[in-house]
Design a protein around this ligand. Structure first.
Ligand code: SF4
Length: 278
């Protein structure tokens, strides 16, 4: 099984393929017009949600922690994790030519302090089993369900933050998140990111069981009293089929240039507000 994880396609080859990612799927489902600005028309950003540099800095810090553990078996000091966070966060927020948008009551400084606090908690509590891969790039086929069989000419690509295995070489995908609230049971039941990862692991023949892979969300809670919660979810073959069906229809809609506005909470920190009104 380890051999399969080591036999990766070069990242450049993966990117050179016609591809679609979970992030693109999620953007289209949130707002097709935002998808058009982001991925079709190349509209310049008008602003930058501060949540992006925050999330990037947290992920880079966790990646440094996991990589050190994978390569040396050692847990790096907490100060090293925090150094990675502050270096990435400061670079992304101080050099930003774009206006940063944030929620009421938030400041860059308060977010920086909260990030440091969250990573202290992460460092104290996270203890992965055996790490099999960090930032594992994948590229899998998507069955064509609208044209009577075969695969689509476009592949599903992305990265898995963390793949763990136990002594029996049973795999699990770990996904680190930051969130303003605990995950509800409905979200855990339907979240498409877990379905995507379970599908990917099944296609790579690395799933926990034949047709499903265990996914663990590690959620750092940006609540008044910070917290760190872990949720385990599994998906069935039927969930995978629904995902394939959804991707096929979204790709068809994109092909037909269906880019309508979906005005709701997502407009709050959208980086294309002015362009959207034109
Ligand atoms: S402002 Fe709202 S409707 Fe317009 S693109 Fe952004 S998210 Fe979509």
């Amino acid at each position: 099984m380890e051999t399969n994880l080591a036999r990766l396609e070069p990242v450049e080859d993966i990117r050179a393929q016609l591809h679609f990612s979970y992030s693109q799927l999620s953007t289209y489902l949130i707002c097709p017009m935002k998808y058009g600005h982001s991925y079709v028309w190349g509209t310049p950003w008008e602003s930058k949600p501060v949540a992006l540099p925050f999330g990037k800095a947290v992920h880079k810090s966790a990646e440094a922690f996991y990589r050190a553990l994978l390569n040396t078996g050692e847990i790096i000091p907490v100060d090293q994790v925090i150094e990675t966070f502050t270096a990435v966060f400061d670079k992304e927020t101080k050099n930003s030519e774009l206006r940063l948008t944030m929620k009421e009551g938030e400041t860059v400084g308060s977010l920086r302090d909260q990030g440091i606090e969250l990573l202290r908690l992460f460092h104290t509590e996270i203890r992965p089993q055996r790490i099999a891969a960090v930032e594992f790039p994948f590229s899998v086929t998507i069955p064509d369900v609208l044209n009577g069989g075969g695969d689509l000419p476009i592949r599903l690509i992305g990265y898995l933050d963390l793949v763990e295995r136990d002594l029996q070489n049973t795999y699990l995908v770990g996904e680190l998140k930051t969130s303003n609230q605990k995950f509800s049971s409905v979200r855990l039941e339907h979240d498409l990111q877990a379905t995507t990862y379970s599908y990917v692991m099944s296609r790579l023949k690395l799933a926990t069981t034949k047709n499903s892979c265990l996914i663990r969300y590690d959620v750092l809670l940006k609540t008044k009293k910070i917290g760190f919660e872990h949720y385990f979810v599994t998906r069935s073959e039927a969930d995978h089929q629904r995902l394939i069906h959804l991707i096929n229809h979204v790709l068809r809609a994109i092909e037909l240039k269906v880019f309508y506005r979906n005005s709701d909470w997502q407009c709050g920190d959208c980086q294309f507000k002015k362009a959207c009104l034109e």
